[in-house]
Design a protein around this ligand. Sequence first.
Ligand SMILES: Cc1cc2nc3c(=O)[nH]c(=O)nc-3n(C[C@H](O)[C@H](O)[C@H](O)COP(=O)(O)OP(=O)(O)OC[C@H]3O[C@@H](n4cnc5c(N)ncnc54)[C@H](O)[C@@H]3O)c2cc1C
Ligand code: SF4
Length: 441
Amino acid sequence: MAEYKRPISESEFKKNFKLKKPLMNDTEAFYESSRCLFCYDAPCIEACPTGIDIPLFIKQIQTKNAEGAAKTIYDSNWLGNACGTICPTGVLCEGACVYNHQDVQPLQIGRLQNYATTSVIDADKKLYEAGTANGLKIAVIGAGPAGIACACEARVLGYEVDIFEAKENPTGLTVHGIAPYKITNEEVLKEFSFLQNQLGFTVHYNTAITTTAQIKDLEANYDAIFIGVGLGKTSKLGIEGENINGVIGAVEFIEELRMKHHLVQVPPKVIVLGGGNTAMDAASEAARMGANHVTLAYRRSKEEKGAYEFEYDLAKSAGVKGIFNCSPVEIIGKNNVEGVKFIKTQKFEGKLHPVQGTEFIVACDLVIKATGQAKQGDLYQLIDGLEIDNKTRITINSESFQTSNPKYFAGGDAINGGAEVVNAAYDGKMAAQGIHQWLTK
Ligand SMILES: Cc1cc2nc3c(=O)[nH]c(=O)nc-3n(C[C@H](O)[C@H](O)[C@H](O)COP(=O)(O)OP(=O)(O)OC[C@H]3O[C@@H](n4cnc5c(N)ncnc54)[C@H](O)[C@@H]3O)c2cc1C
Ligand code: SF4
């Protein structure tokens, strides 16, 4: 039974995708900030991958200094506004809040962070300016969170920065991939413009770096190059029927939804394949687009799924039904998809095995594959001496973020294989510092 009616206008889309963490007003922020215990050795700082001084910015909010709070946040994390609403705070900063030990609701750190940063973005407060030009140039490949963070930090250090971006919009998966009930396109792009206006890096849109000639050109014209290209398209499943009409990758499905909103039509019966956070998002989003039956199918057990529990709960609350221990063997349909044939699985001696004779078919009109994203190996091959690991992740020095080719630095999903925006923001910032150390040593 559908929980959501199909949205046919932007206002209906917004209603179905109502923000999970709405912006706090001044009163809410004041009262919430007054709950902070300002712990010595605050565990929330440790739990934040960018190490924001959380008690300090909360104190600043409490003393009505939202601008100071925003500066504290941005000094550690260039994507401070986006992270406030999209970080999985329950397993990061808020998960570490001491209130959890007392059965008291942890402090809403993410929303407070979003409150402070939104106030400076809306007022277009100038918090930063580019450092004195040092005459050196950095090329950044990819305008995702990692690339943006690297560009901002490098500008403060006095470098000229050119970002080369394959798409027509900046911010990577933040605008193309993250669920619309976590953040809106407007919010993401507003933070980006806020940063670009004060720091003045250049972005060359619709400029994918894909050839050796382009790479040689970058090497000849820039003193250092940062790779922040994230991951690629959804990986192939390698089963029969995968190319039938009505089979789509989760990343591609979500990107279309983020760009076209209510103009995307989701049919009544949807099967999402996968057990990670992307699968939960795709299933939740299909349900919010008015699909009557959304089935999430994962080949392992419920306990083994990679997704955070809260993401699964969110999908269930949108009407998604999970089926576990079943693996897709064939996608069925003549011209359009009609269903998926599964086989039951069980674990034996630590390995997953199909159980012969247990095939069954679930009917559907759309299959969304959320079974992982391919890596950007084709690009990496173009770069001399660039070492990648056996999972096609770029190998870096964990302190400097320098790769095995000293002119190149890297960060974000390209080095970790897929994590969170906050990790990419940290990597980009640290890589700019690494570049600075290398070029000025
Ligand atoms: C469906 C989905 C939901 C997610 N939800 C969350 C969430 O709720 N919270 C969270 O914190 N994280 C979430 N993530 C993870 C998060 O989006 C990523 O970890 C983060 O965006 C990685 O940043 P990045 O800069 O490394 O890569 P990306 O964001 O992928 O950006 C890479 C950029 O490089 C560009 N590019 C790629 N190749 C080239 C090339 N050859 N030349 C030029 N440009 C190129 C791309 O167009 C893109 O703009 C989600 C991911 C997915 C897939
Ligand atoms: S960046 Fe994310 S993890 Fe760090 S304090 Fe902010 S919301 Fe928490």
